[in-house]
Design a protein around this ligand. Structure first.
Ligand code: G6P
Ligand code: MN
Length: 445
C-alpha cells in the first residue's frame, strides 16, 4: 500500500513514519512518497526517516519528489499536511491581527481567516489533481484550518476527504482520566466545528459520567481545560469546551497576553525549526538526534506555565505527540482493513446538525470502515453553541467564496463577520495588512 505525504518536508513527518514503523499487520503501508515544494526540507526529513528505519525489518520504502502529480499517481492514501507560507506565514498571520488589537492565532479569528484564504486555493488545486490522478485514493487532511480546508476539498472529492485533529480525542482522554475511566471504553459525546466543539457527555457502560465531573470543583480544577476555563464557567456551560474556545470566552485576556509576549507561537516555532533545517545542511549532522532534540524542545513548551508565549498549554506527558499521527493511522487502518472503529473526524454534516446544511463540514464522532467515515447521530447543540457554530460556518463560507472569486470585498466580509473581529474598519485594515505581507494573497483583487 502506498501512502503519499504532501508537506513531506514538514517537521512532524517523522512522527507519522515512526507510527508506520510500529505497524507490522497485513495491509500495512509499504511505500511512502514524500512530496514538498522545498527540496532541502525534503532531504532533511528523508535523512531522519532513514535513521529511524535503520535496523527495522521491512521498513516502508521512502521516496521523495517535488513533482506533485508524480507524488499522487498510484497513491492509496494521501496525507495532506501542508503549511502554505510556512511558519513565517503563521507568524505574520498572528502579528498583523495583534497589531490591529484582535486575536492573532494559527486557526482562530483573523489569523485563521488569513491562513484559510492562503490555503484554500492550494488545497483545491490538490483536490482537483487527486480527483484526476488518483480517483480511488482517500485523502486525510491534516492541513489547518482543518474544517474549512476539508470542506474546500470535499467540493471536489466528496466523502473521499476526511479531516483530522488531535484535540477532541485529547480532550476526551483527559476527561476520562480524571473520571477514572478507561478512555478506550468511553463514548465521547463531542460535536461542533474543528477547534470549536464541546464535550457534552462521556458515557461508560451506558452511564453518563460527565455530570459527576461537573459537580466536583476539585476534579474540574485538576485537568488542562478545567484550569483553563475555571470550574464555574464549565458548570455554567454544562459541557467542557475544546481548549480553542478559550479564545472566544476569554478573548480580551488572550489578545492582551499575546500582545505582551516576546514572540508569537509561530515566530517561536519558525526560529526553532529553522535551526533544525540549518543543521541538516551539514552532511555529517546526526539527523535523528537533531530532530529529536528539536522535538523535545517543542514539546517542553506544551508543559510551560506560559501558554501565551509557549502555545498550546499545559499537557500531561503521555498526551504529548500522541496526536495527529495516531488519529491518522487509526483512520487509515479502519478504511484499509475494514476494521470498524469510532473516531472524531471532520466530515460533511449530512443531517447531523440540523442547523447546518448537508455539505457543511463538521467535527463529530464517526463510524469508520472500508466505506469511509459516517457521522453518528448526536443530540442538537445548545443555543449558545449553535450561535457560535453558525456564525463561524458563515465566515468559513465567505472565505471559500473569496478564494473562489478572488474578491477582496468578500474577504473583508469574511473578517468583518467573525465574532472576534469587532469592526468592519478593522476587517478592512486586516485585509490591507495581510495582502501586503502575504504573496499568497495577491489573488485578492
Ligand atoms: C494542536 C491542534 C493543531 C495545531 C497545533 C498547534 O495539535 O490540534 O491543529 O496545529 O495544536 O501546535 P503548535 O505546536 O504548532 O503550536
Ligand atoms: Mn487541530
Amino acid at each position: 500500500m502506498r501512502l503519499t505525504i504532501l508537506g513531506g518536508g514538514g517537521f512532524r513527518v517523522p512522527l507519522v513514519y515512526g507510527a508506520l514503523l510500529g505497524d507490522s499487520a497485513e495491509g500495512r503501508v509499504t511505500q511512502v512518497v514524500l512530496h514538498d515544494l522545498d527540496a532541502g526540507r525534503l532531504s532533511a526529513v528523508a535523512r531522519v526517516l532513514a535513521e529511524q528505519a535503520a535496523g527495522v525489518p521491512d521498513a516502508p520504502e521512502v521516496t521523495v519528489t517535488t513533482d506533485l502529480d508524480e507524488a499522487l499517481r498510484g497513491a492509496d492514501f494521501v496525507f495532506s499536511a501542508i503549511r502554505v507560507g510556512g511558519l513565517e506565514g503563521r507568524a505574520a498571520d498572528e502579528r498583523v491581527a495583534l497589531d490591529q488589537g484582535v486575536l492573532g492565532q494559527e486557526t482562530v479569528g483573523a489569523g485563521g481567516i488569513a491562513y484559510g484564504l492562503r490555503t484554500v486555493p492550494v488545497a483545491v488545486d490538490i483536490a482537483r489533481r487527486v480527483a484526476r490522478l488518483a480517483p480511488d485514493a482517500w485523502v486525510i487532511n491534516f492541513t489547518n484550518p482543518a474544517g474549512l480546508v476539508t470542506e474546500a476539498m470535499s467540493r471536489h472529492l466528496g466523502d473521499r476527504v476526511i479531516g483530522i485533529c488531535d484535540s477532541p480525542v485529547g480532550l476526551g482522554r483527559r476527561i476520562a482520566k480524571v473520571l477514572g475511566a478507561n478512555p478506550r471504553e468511553a463514548w465521547i459525546d463531542y460535536v461542533g466545528l474543528n477547534h470549536l466543539g464541546w464535550v457534552r457527555g462521556l458515557r461508560v457502560a451506558g452511564r453518563d459520567e460527565l455530570p459527576r465531573l461537573l459537580a466536583d470543583p476539585e476534579l474540574l480544577g485538576s485537568f488542562e481545560e478545567g484550569k483553563l476555563f475555571g470550574p464555574e464557567w464549565l458548570q455554567s456551560l454544562g459541557a467542557v469546551p475544546n481548549e480553542y474556545l478559550h479564545y472566544y470566552y476569554f478573548n480580551r485576556e488572550a489578545v492582551r497576553a499575546y500582545q505582551e509576549a516576546e514572540k508569537t507561537r509561530g515566530a517561536f516555532l519558525r526560529d526553532q525549526q529553522a535551526r533544525f533545517y540549518d543543521e541538516m545542511k551539514r552532511p555529517d549532522a546526526a539527523a535523528l538526534t537533531a530532530w529529536d532534540r528539536t522535538r523535545a524542545e517543542r514539546e517542553a513548551t506544551y508543559m510551560s506555565e506560559n501558554r501565551e508565549t509557549a502555545g498550546a498549554g499545559e499537557r500531561d506527558a503521555d498526551d504529548l505527540s500522541g496526536g495527529y499521527e495516531k488519529v491518522a493511522l487509526a483512520l487509515m487502518r479502519a478504511i484499509a482493513r475494514d476494521e470498524r472503529t469510532t473516531l472524531i473526524l471532520n466530515v460533511r454534516n449530512r443531517g447531523t446538525l440540523s442547523v447546518l446544511d448537508t455539505e457543511a463540514v463538521i467535527e463529530v464522532p464517526c463510524l469508520v470502515d472500508a466505506n469511509g467515515a459516517h457521522p453518528v447521530a448526536v443530540d442538537p447543540l445548545p443555543g449558545h453553541a449553535t450561535g457560535l457554530v453558525c456564525a463561524v460556518k458563515a465566515v468559513e463560507r465567505e472565505v471559500l467564496s473569496a478564494a473562489e472569486s478572488g474578491s477582496r470585498t468578500t474577504a473583508v466580509k469574511a473578517f468583518a463577520l467573525h465574532p472576534l473581529v469587532d469592526s468592519v474598519n478593522v476587517a478592512r485594515s486586516l485585509v490591507d495588512g495581510y495582502t501586503s505581507v502575504h504573496p499568497g494573497l495577491a489573488y485578492l483583487k
